[in-house]
Design a protein around this ligand. Sequence first.
Ligand SMILES: [Zn+2]
Length: 197
Amino acid sequence: MNDCMPIVQSELKKLTALSMTNGWLNSAEIQRTTHFEPRDEKEAVSLLVVHNISLPPGQFGGGYITDFFLGNLDPTVDPYFETIYKVRVSAHCLIQRNGDIVQYVSFNDKAWHAGVSNYQGRKKCNDFSIGIELEGTDDIPYTIEQYQQLSCLSQTLIDAYPALENNIVGHCDIAPVRKTDPGASFDWALYRELLAK
Ligand SMILES: [Zn+2]
């Protein structure tokens, strides 16, 4: 699907729920990273954070996001990579432009996606959240496949962690001074409509 095509809501449908084993999606590409910590067993998963990322910025494909989250980014590939290749971050999942999911961290563990953050007075959002990255930018429309997969994944996670249902935000909402993602290009109304189907 061309990225520039307007998204027609009636064409969208929610995909079949995904299945999980020990916090890992059974149908995703699994790329386990060491960029995580065990989650405190007493800490309920109660926040879903939507992000965007593209590497190099504004370019899609190439596999560099996975390299980055695994700590394997080659600093010689792009000047921008020299500035970030030692940064140890991650997310639970990446949804690529074609809708395919890569998972890096079990939902039962803490991924390093939120950074300095605050949700309704609670800091250190990594402790109690799940972070989902959309391959994209703040100003390029996301794909239909990404909305479908995000809504499907969100529903799957809500089923597993019911506290998520009314606690879905963007990175911009929990780190408003530092972060703008998923940006103006993310259609929250469309996402919520699809999630409600
Ligand atoms: Zn982010």
